[in-house]
Each structure stands twice: as C-alpha cells, then as structure tokens.
Design a protein around this ligand. Structure first.
Ligand code: C2O
Ligand code: CU
Length: 471
C-alpha cells in the first residue's frame, strides 16, 4: 500500500504520509443496490503489519488485504456478496450488527452449512440501519479472526453529518513471535480460562500506528471498530475532547465519554466526532489506558502547518435514529441470564457447582445459565414469541469482563447494577464488567435461531454461547 517506497522510514514518517498510507483500505468493493455481487475471497497471504525492517507476516485475509475490502453501502440498499473460500478449511461470513434475515447470518450448523474449502456462498440482504458495522468469519472464529479475516461494513446515512474527514480505524491485537509470525496456541486452555488471547502487537487498519497528520480545526468522524479477539481498548484522547455520536452503529445523544475514556470491547464500534484543537506543529497523543499498568501510546495526531479554522464549527453532529422497534417495558417479559465460570472466580458456589467443575476439567470454561456449549449449539435456551418485548437481566458472576453479543437484533442497555442508564443506548454487543449486572431490552422481531455469545472469541469457543429462538 505504500505509495512512496523509496523514502526510508524516518523520511517517510516525516513526510506525514505514513498514516495516510497505512489507513488506506484495500481498494475495490463499493456496493450498490443493483450491479454484480461483490466478491469476498478468503485466502492465505501475507501482510506488512510491522514497519520495515520487519518482514511480512503470514495471515489469512479477504481480497488480499488486512482489513478486507471496505464495503460501503447506502441505508436501505441491497447487498449481494459472494463469499469464496480459498482457505484450507471451512468458513462463513457473519455481518456483525446487521439485522439480516436469519439465513444470511453466517453461523455454520445453525443458519447455513459451512462453506467448504474451494466453495462459495451468496449472501444477499437489505441493510436497514445506517452506521458502522463489520464482517468476520463465524467458523473457528478465534483462529480465523485472529489470522486477519475481517473488514469494515459502513452503511451511509441518507443525510450524513458534515465533517472534514470520515475515517475508519479497525483496531486489532496480534500475538506475534519475534520472527513476526502469528504465534500458535489458538485454543489454549490458559487463554480460554482467563481474558482470552491477548496479543503483543496492536494495529490500526492492519499497520502498527505511528502518527496521523491532521489540520488545526479539522473535524473528523472517527469510526472505531474493535476486531481483536480479546483486547478491550480504553482510548484516552488527552487534550482532545471526543464526542460519542454512535455506539455499535446506532446513534446516541452526542456526549463526552464517561470518565473521558472511550471503552470499546471486542466487536464493538464507537463513532466519534473529533475537533482537532491543537496548534500547527503540535503532536497530541492518544493512549490506550484500559488495562491497569499496561498503558501505552497508540499514536500521535500531528497537526501539520495548516490552520483550517480557528473556531469549532457549529454543524450538527446528531444522527437520525434507525428504524428499530421500541421495546414496551411495561409488558416485557424478564429473563435471568447468569454467566459463570473462568479462572479466579469466587462466585461459583451453589447449585450447579459440581457439574460446572467437572465440565471445566474438560475445557468447557464458561456457562450461560449453567450450560457450557460444546460444539455447534442448536437447542435454544430461550424461546421468544415474535413481536414481543423482552428484558434480559444479565449477571456476570465471573472475575472477567465479557462483551456479550446478540445476533439479528439491537437492544437497549436500560440498566447497570439496577441503576437506569443515562442514554438507554442501542447496542448489539455490551461490555459487562466483572460482577456487573446489565439489563437489556428489545423486541424479538427478527424470526429465526440467533447466536448469543461472548465476543472474546476464546470464551465463546470454551462454552460461552447459546441460541435464542424468535418465532
Ligand atoms: Cu461478531 Cu457471533 O459475532
Ligand atoms: Cu467472555
């Protein structure tokens, strides 16, 4: 992707082009409602995750790049995507956060047969919601996503907000060997029982970030997508004052992030509006401060010599809501969903403890209402009549945070630890802190069998998933 290959690294960085080059996403796919299907070809390949003098890393990717082709489509249009599997194993594609018909959801053994090596599958659906979404395999996810299979799916509003630049950052965290290869050990019991597969190399759009050249006064819409298997990001923008305008693609009343830090669990998205307030020449760092004593600088926003404007523009940053069904809290049925398991937890006493201990010895580490899913899950743990409202009262009785994802629907996060939330935000993946209780509400309006799972992919593989049937 480098357009200036003859500069050495220092000159290249000084040119200010480094980040512009590194954020460039594989060219190609822009979807339209008519036209031919886009092809997403999953295959083995190589990527320059680390700057020279480091070598290439063998990866798995879509259409030859990490991230895969950025799909952009207008709200209400139809997407037709042909998945072509040139991997050495089965795969599928899941459209994370998109409310597709069940048969298009990409979950092997539940909504479709896995696409075999050499096979194809045509995905076709209308996009109802505008916002920031993404796609990834739903087969052997820890290994496949962990090897670089993912890409952004941006659904443009009919009436987008005005900004100077619209940027997407797909964040990832890789566990690389010193030689720059993806370390083995997918499926390690230690990762599964603790915080998942944490890496040692963070990338933005498939490159180790360094700096991003900005203009003073510039307004940027920054779409953050966390594609990491397990790493939670807590971004501190320092002197800049980010405003959150959407979470998981769904608009929210614009607000400053609580505690100033933008927290993004695996699979989550946050759209920010950033007004670049530095002086020409100034470098403003962004830090990731999520894990105590493991803070590091993600990158610098380097203000070039341009003064674009000296006051903050008064353009609206409010997005129009998406057409989601409003849950009726007065008639909603309440369901308890308890998460148990993992290492270092003390809260496993009580009824099912012996059976859970026995299962943990066999590698089933995590439990939803006492059940660890083994292999493909088919039997739903909840059956909801179509069109009815529901509240899931979820309780995390483990010592670990979990980003909990529900397919085919978005839900409102209505309470945390029995306190009503301020924004009742719509999400499809919600972070639960250790021991936290979170209530979510939604209308079961999309018929089919839908996955419900932790998006720390090693937790999912070790049992933390189930199926909710609607209809
Ligand atoms: Cu992003 Cu069930 O997945
Ligand atoms: Cu989890």
């Amino acid at each position: 992707m480098l357009t200036t290959p003859f500069l050495n690294r220092r000159q290249f960085l000084a040119s200010g082009a480094a980040f512009a080059a590194s954020t460039k996403i594989a060219a190609g796919a822009t979807a339209t409602s008519t036209g031919n299907p886009i092809t997403l070809r999953a295959a083995t390949g190589q990527a320059a995750l680390r700057p020279a003098p480091f070598g290439l890393t063998p990866v798995w990717h879509y259409n030859g790049a990490v991230p895969g082709a950025a799909i952009r489509v207008r709200q209400g249009e139809r997407l037709r995507i042909e998945a072509q599997n040139d991997l050495p194993e089965d795969t599928t594609i899941h459209w994370h956060g998109i409310r597709t018909p069940n048969a298009m959801d990409g979950v092997p053994d539940l909504t479709q047969a896995a696409i075999p090596a050499g096979g194809k599958f045509l995905y076709e659906f209308d996009v109802q919601d505008a916002g920031t979404f993404w796609y990834h395999p739903h087969h052997n996810s820890s290994k496949q996503v962990g090897h670089g299979l993912y890409g952004p799916l941006i659904v443009e509003e009919h009436d987008p907000i005005k900004v100077d630049r619209d940027l997407t950052w797909m964040l990832d965290d890789w566990r690389l060997t010193e030689g720059g290869e993806i370390a083995g050990g997918f499926g390690s019991m230690h990762d599964a029982g603790h915080g998942g597969r944490m890496g040692n190399t963070v990338t933005i759009n498939g490159k180790m970030p360094d700096r991003l050249a900005v203009k003073t006064g510039e307004r940027i819409r920054l779409r953050l997508i966390n594609a990491a298997n397990a790493r939670i990001f807590g971004l501190d923008f320092g002197a800049l004052s980010p405003i959150v305008i959407a979470i998981d693609g769904q608009p929210v009343s614009p607000h400053a992030p609580e505690s100033g830090v933008v927290v993004i669990g695996p699979a989550m998205r946050v759209d920010l509006v950033l007004d670049m307030s530095g002086k020409p020449g100034e470098a403003l760092p962004v830090q990731d401060v999520f894990y105590n004593r493991m803070e590091y600088k993600l990158l610098d926003f380097v203000h070039d010599a341009t003064l674009l404007r000296s006051t903050v523009p008064d353009w609206s940053i409010e997005l129009a809501p998406n057409p989601l069904s409003e849950p009726d809290l007065a008639t909603a049925t309440r369901h308890e969903v308890i998460f148990n398991g993992g290492m270092m937890g003390q809260g496993m006493m009580g009824g099912g403890m012996m059976s859970m201990m026995n299962q943990m010895r066999q590698g089933n580490m995590w439990f939803i209402n006492g059940v660890a899913a083994k292999g493909p899950v088919k039997e739903p743990f909840l059956k909801l009549a179509q069109g009815t409202s529901h509240i899931l009262s979820m309780e995390n009785r483990t010592a670990w945070p979990h980003p909990i994802h529900f397919h085919g629907h978005s839900f409102r996060v209505i309470a945390r630890n029995d306190q009503p939330t301020r924004f009742k935000e719509w999400q499809d993946t919600v972070m639960m802190a250790p021991k936290e209780k979170v209530d979510i509400a939604f209308v079961a309006d999309n018929p089919g069998d839908w996955m419900f799972h932790c998006h720390i992919l090693e937790h999912q593989a070790a049992g933390m998933m189930g199926v909710i049937r609607v209809g």
